[in-house]
Design a protein around this ligand. Structure first.
Ligand SMILES: [Zn+2]
Length: 292
């Protein structure tokens, strides 16, 4: 199945990817194979919202500044939405707070990751605005969607044109890490299904190229994760508890050995979801299946 309707590879150039939607790929300390985090500039009805500011490096923030001047110009800046607290999404917060009076929108968990940005601004006598998001919220004519799973406090943005800026809920390259307790597989499935039930057009991830159909990408993810969940379930026994490494070895025997430590985090996320779903139970250091 070919999902990317772009030419493939990691986009590096600033580009208008849809009407009123600009992608600004910026170098960040992110996970390979990605080397950049996409910042998006989105027209939310006359004012422009900036989504994610990953880099803390001055030269990368200068690129963002240039893009903002070029595409936003003298129009109003609505604010900065931080999708989640991981460092490759929030590195530019201090720069933002010292450069703009428009608010930062984020979950409380995300603000916890950038304490210095606010401490320094306050020490300089500024009163930077922050808007704590706890659930879906309108920002101009767009909607911030509460979509946890990859990280606590994760938000996506649905634009007026039904494009979804997905943060790390989806990826244009590499895989989405769901690493407990920050990552939560039950929440991840719920977020994917929630987006699947909405009319959506394009899917614009924080890393890599976009998909012309967000639904195609979501369907592929649900299918892939469900297949893995089935394997994790099959790796559990009805009779005896099995520990994480035994479950990982059985459920991920298709994965190279050097990737098993990472796979064990995903295995744990799947096992915890099976417990949530009432299909498994924790016993000592391991888990046992509750149904054949
Ligand atoms: Zn992330």
């Amino acid at each position: 199945m070919k999902l990317n309707q772009e030419s493939g590879g990691e986009p590096a150039a600033v580009e208008e990817v849809a009407e009123g939607l600009i992608r600004v790929p910026l170098r960040t300390p992110t996970l390979p194979p990605a080397t950049r985090t996409n910042t998006y500039l989105v027209d939310v009805g006359g004012a422009w919202l900036v989504v994610d500011a990953g880099p803390s490096k001055a030269s990368e923030l200068e690129r963002l500044d240039v893009a903002m001047r070029r595409f936003i110009g003298a129009a109003e800046v609505a604010g900065l939405l931080l999708t989640h607290h991981h460092r490759d999404h929030v590195g530019g917060t201090e720069w933002w707070v010292s450069s703009f009076s428009a608010p930062v929108y984020a979950h409380a968990r995300t603000f916890e990751a950038v304490p210095k940005a606010y401490a320094r601004a306050t020490a300089r006598g500024r009163r930077p605005k922050r808007v704590e998001l706890v659930e879906d919220a309108e920002i101009g004519n767009a909607t911030a969607l509460f979509t946890e799973g990859h990280a606590r406090g994760h938000f996506s943005l649905r634009t007026d044109a039904s494009d979804v800026l997905a943060g790390d809920l989806m990826a244009g390259l590499g895989t989405i890490v769901v690493d407990p307790p920050d990552g939560d597989m039950s929440a991840y499935f719920a977020s994917l299904r929630r987006l699947r039930d909405m009319p959506l057009r394009g899917g614009f991830p924080a890393h890599g190229p976009h998909d012309a159909s967000a639904h195609d990408r979501i369907d592929a993810y649900i299918e892939h994760r469900t297949a893995r969940e089935d394997r994790v379930f099959a790796a559990l026994s009805l009779d005896e508890p099995r520990g994480l490494s035994a479950v990982t070895k059985r459920a991920y025997d298709d994965v190279p050995v050097f990737l098993l430590p990472m796979a064990s985090r995903s295995a744990l996320a799947h096992v915890l979801k099976l417990v949530d779903d009432g299909r498994a139970i924790a016993v000592g250091d391991g888990w046992r299946a509750l149904e054949p």
